[in-house]
Design a protein around this ligand. Structure first.
Ligand SMILES: Nc1ncnc2c1ncn2[C@@H]1O[C@H](COP(=O)(O)OP(=O)(O)OP(=O)(O)O)[C@@H](O)[C@H]1O
Ligand SMILES: [Mg+2]
Length: 166
């Protein structure tokens, strides 16, 4: 499976997708989230937190790049929006969190892609024309672990999921 496309018609549906991801998540999983402002990246992370049984409310890290939540596994919510330049990312010490003892969800991951060269699930969110609340969400697994995860997600989300390229 190369990618999985799910349409979301509401913030709740995006959160539900996230909560499936959170429930299926393993230690050291990396979810890279890309998409324009307001497409629903934080909304998806709220769902991931929920699926990991995090009790605090996950919100967009405004002036911090990394927030840690405690659930079934630690959740590291990283937001690279305010990164001044791509050189800065090297000084953040994010390697300490990646592929380690918890789950990383990275908003604006496209601002630091060189940092995330390992296996991951790339989640791209897009606005759909003529709708305030419709989003197209594409999940691209890189590596065996994420192909398996995408397969499990496809089973759970059923008919809303469209599997491309077999
Ligand atoms: N189908 C949908 N999925 C997700 N959010 C939606 C949807 N429809 C409407 N929304 C609204 O869009 C907004 C998404 O905001 P959110 O903070 O999650 O976006 P974001 O991608 O994290 O933005 P930013 O780039 O600023 O971090 C929310 O106000 C949410 O209610
Ligand atoms: Mg956000």
């Amino acid at each position: 499976m190369r990618s999985l496309r799910v349409d979301s018609d509401s913030p709740e549906q995006t959160q539900l997708l996230g909560s499936h991801l959170g429930r299926l998540a393993h230690n050291a999983d990396v979810f890279l989230l890309v998409g324009e402002l307001g497409t629903g990246k934080t909304c998806l992370v709220q769902g991931i937190a929920n699926g990991l049984a995090v009790e605090e409310y996950a919100f967009s890290p405004s002036f911090v790049i990394l927030r840690e939540y405690h659930g079934r596994l630690p959740l590291y919510h990283i937001d690279l929006y305010r990164l001044e330049d791509t050189g800065e990312i090297a000084s953040l010490g994010l390697e300490d969190y990646l592929y380690g003892d918890g789950v990383c969800a990275v908003e604006w991951a496209d601002r630091g892609l060189e940092m995330f060269s390992g296996d991951s699930l790339l989640v791209s969110l897009r606005y759909m024309p003529d709708s305030q609340t419709r989003r197209s969400i594409c999940l691209r697994p890189r590596g065996e672990r994420y192909r398996e995860l995408a397969g499990q997600l496809a089973l759970i989300t059923g008919i809303n999921a469209e599997i491309q390229d077999g």
